[in-house]
Design a binder for this molecule. Structure first.
Ligand code: ADP
Ligand code: MG
Length: 387
């Protein structure tokens, strides 16, 4: 991979001295969806696939960007004095946003850069290519210019830039999972306090299979921001009757006792998901620690039902992939993962059934939607690194 990036760098910029290559992973969330902006728990893991950068410092303040995934967009040129969002800047708004956030925190970037990006993670499918690009940018800036920042800081800066530069109100999960990833471990993270614990994912005779529906319905970002404001409103309503800081503070029982404080039934359902999903994530984490994968799988299934019926972020394509997976006895659990409205499902499948799983889901999906899903049998990798 390193060679591939260096070769492209030389081709695009005509030199190859002083080039460093970096990597930051994508992530898959095992359970705990739409809880990270509600003060709840999440349970993601970093993937061994992600985004790479080849970069060299320049003598001036120019920045050149090229992505091998967006070849037709060519080279984007900008400068350190022009770190502002623009539609024309396309994908480069993500790395520019991180540079802007560094400068905003007093980490003045002294030199321009020539940059080539390549990702082997499907874009826009809920495996967080955007967060991996942000963490990658932060990691590379820290290494190139010696800034004193922890990986956790890089996650927070990445989220801050996505929220405030790119206008996407995401929670902390994606950037945290990418920046703090640990091989063969999932990260049990309390998003209210950022306290976390690594949990070894020991799957004897089974694998995590990610299925890409390859659909992304429009309005994803606005629907996401809508859900977020529904939960914020529900929280304010609940706070009139019970002393809580976030929806993640509530048990299921406390929620049921107080839910009539939320007059709107739709908003009540959104809040119910946030509360139940958080509690479910805690239970799923404990089940995994106890080696009870069967129970873990059942919580994954319940999570899907809640996201489908209460939070209303699934879609027919995803529901079909999950329904078909549930019919296979060797599937321990299957659910939508990521923000929703398309993207991927995550399933735990016994080794001997993986081929059959792929065949069955492909055939049903093709029949219903005339499309082929894509499958990735994933391995859990480490956080960012210099190659
Ligand atoms: P997700 O994070 O789920 O993959 P997003 O819509 O949040 O989906 O982010 C995808 C966007 O991130 C792409 O449209 C592009 O702007 C940017 N991006 C991700 N990977 C790359 C890459 N390898 N090269 C350039 N831009 C990328
Ligand atoms: Mg994203």
């Amino acid at each position: 991979m390193k060679e591939k990036l260096l070769e492209c760098f030389k081709k695009m910029y005509g030199y190859d001295e002083g080039v460093s290559v970096y990597f930051a992973p994508g992530r898959v969330n095992l359970i705990g969806e739409h809880t990270d902006y509600n003060g709840g728990h999440v349970f993601p893991c970093a993937l061994s696939i992600g985004t790479f950068a080849a970069v060299a410092k320049r003598d001036d303040d120019r920045i050149r960007f090229f992505s091998m995934n967006f070849e037709d967009r060519g080279i984007f040129e900008t400068s350190l004095s022009d770190l502002v969002y623009s539609d024309e800047a396309g994908w480069t708004n993500y790395p520019k946003g991180v540079m802007w956030a560094f400068e905003g925190r007093g980490f003045k970037i002294p030199d321009g850069m020539d940059i080539v990006i390549y990702g082997n993670i499907p874009n826009g499918s809920g495996l967080s290519s955007s967060a991996s690009l942000e963490v990658l940018t932060g990691f590379m800036l820290r290494d190139l210019f010696g800034f004193e920042l922890t990986n956790q800081d890089l996650a927070i800066i990445g989220q801050y830039s996505e929220n405030n530069f790119n206008g996407m109100n995401c929670g902390i999960m994606d950037q945290f999972a990418s920046a703090m990833g640990k091989k063969d471990n999932a990260i049990f993270l309390d998003t209210a306090t950022l306290e976390f614990e690594y949990a070894p994912v020991v799957l004897e005779g089974m694998k995590i299979v990610v299925t890409n529906s390859k659909v992304k319905h429009s309005l994803v970002d606005s629907a996401y921001n809508d859900r977020r404001s529904s939960c914020e409103k529900a929280l304010l309503e609940l706070q009139k009757v019970i002393d809580i800081k976030t929806l993640g503070d509530l048990t299921e029982e406390e929620f049921e006792k107080n839910r009539s404080a939320i007059p709107d039934t739709d908003r009540q359902k959104k809040a119910r998901h946030a509360v139940y999903e958080n509690q479910r994530t805690v239970k799923a984490f404990n089940a995994l620690k106890a080696g009870d994968i069967e129970a873990f799988g059942k919580y994954m299934n319940e999570s899907h039902i809640s996201l489908r019926d209460d939070y209303d972020v699934s879609c027919p394509e995803i529901d079909l992939l999950v329904d078909e997976a549930w019919k296979i006895p060797e599937v321990l659990g299957s659910r939508i993962t990521g923000g929703g409205f398309g993207g991927c499902t995550v399933s735990i499948v016994k080794d001997e059934a993986i081929d059959g799983f792929k065949e069955k889901l492909s055939a049903s999906y093709k029949k219903a939607f005339d499309m082929e899903p894509e499958f990735y049998v994933v391995s859990i990798g480490d956080g960012p690194s210099k190659l």
